[in-house]
Design a protein around this ligand. Structure first.
Ligand code: FA5
Length: 345
């Protein structure tokens, strides 16, 4: 019996030594130390031993079990440590590798122009106002001195939703809304950026949907020279001192007198090209002194108050400032175009 136990110990220790994985080690444990294992089997023969030998064999069997258990435990520790080392090696991150570049977006060129113009006018004490894009005929036309059937309505071919509701053709409706809210009292000094819609044919300088910024100043003693000075300052800040500007007499039912402002064409230097339709000039805004009828309709005493207003096309300004030769580039969202305006590259 003693020999058999020693043989089992040597056999088990050899297998433990050669075990290459935790599963194999568990199988050895079950095979040698389990209830149906060979050691238990050997011990069943204890009854045949003398009373003297029995405790010796019992003690030897315990020693054999303890030796196999200790060998399994230390091997288990070795295998677990090896597994951790292997896992760490396979998950190693090389922190010295350069990172992948993160693409950073940028503001749309039209947003940049709006923000620049807002900053400029806010610096002169203007507040920023808003108005609805789906507008009542009253604010888009009637309150601006365009009665129903007035031929000047044809200047702005409109998208009507019902007889009285349309997509606003200009931001000038905000003039009427703002003055009405003030109940004919006190000064008004606002700009209003926003989208407008017209049934214009799309070409290099026209779009059926575009953006405008409206400006309105109403107070006592506001004169045409105030308008001229404001537009002059605006043009110089936006385009630089060297660009030529001209004011032409024009007509809008809601201003009297009315003017339009042109800037010399950046693409041909004023000699004439496809973009400026061979005129050498590009129109960027309409303006004028607020018509007394418009002041009165909004509740202002036109003998006491006067005002000026202007409405500029944001795309046209962006075209001139950035040298974009076709308005449609602003709407196609072509990344090759947009990323030229990135401040990050
Ligand atoms: C108006 O819309 C007037 N409401 C402007 C105004 C405001 C006059 C206050 C007097 C007082 P006009 O239709 O000219 O005016 O348009 C103003 C500007 O919008 C033009 O100078 C031009 O820069 C731009 N614009 C007009 N039509 C288009 C279009 N189809 N596509 C792109 N820009 C346009």
């Amino acid at each position: 019996m003693q020999e058999r136990l020693q043989q089992l110990q040597a056999e088990a220790l050899h297998k433990v030594d050669n075990a290459s994985g935790l599963k194999e080690l568990n199988d050895i444990r079950a095979a040698y130390l389990g209830k149906k294992g060979p050691i238990t089997e050997v011990l069943k023969g204890m009854g045949k031993l003398s009373a003297e030998e029995r405790p010796k064999m019992g003690a030897l069997a315990n020693e054999v079990r303890d030796a196999i258990t200790a060998a399994i435990e230390s091997k288990q520790q070795l295998l677990e440590e090896a597994a951790v080392v292997e896992q760490l090696a396979s998950e190693t991150i090389d922190v010295t590798l350069p990172g992948r570049p993160v693409k950073v977006g940028n503001h749309h060129p039209l947003t940049r122009i709006i923000e620049e113009i807002e900053d400029l006018f806010m610096g002169m004490g203007y507040a920023v106002a808003e108005g609805p894009e789906v507008e009542q005929d009253y604010y888009n036309f009637e309150a601006l001195n365009f009665p129903k059937g007035h031929p000047a309505r044809d200047m702005q071919d409109s998208y009507y939703i019902s007889d009285d509701i349309l997509l606003r053709t200009h931001t000038s409706g905000v003039q009427a809304r703002t003055m009405e809210k003030n109940h004919g009292k006190g000064p008004v000094k606002i700009i209003c950026p926003g989208k407008v819609y017209r049934r214009d044919n799309d070409d290099a300088t026209h779009s059926h949907q575009f953006m405008q910024i409206e400006g309105l100043v109403v107070d006592e003693n506001i004169r045409l020279s105030d308008l001229k000075g404001t537009l002059d300052l605006f043009a110089k800040k936006m385009f630089g001192e060297d660009r030529e500007i001209r004011l032409r007499p024009s007509f809008f039912p809601f201003t009297e007198p009315s003017v339009e402002m042109d800037i010399s064409c950046k693409f041909c230097g004023g000699t004439g090209c496809g973009v400026c339709k061979d005129t050498g000039w590009i129109e960027i805004l309409g303006a004028g002194m607020v018509h007394p009828n418009v002041l009165e309709m909004a509740g202002y005493d036109s003998k006491k108050y006067t005002g000026f207003a202007f409405g500029l096309g944001i795309e046209r300004i962006a075209m001139l400032k950035y040298g974009v030769d076709d308005i449609r580039h602003f709407y196609t969202n072509d990344n090759r175009f947009l990323k030229q305006f990135s401040v990050h590259e």
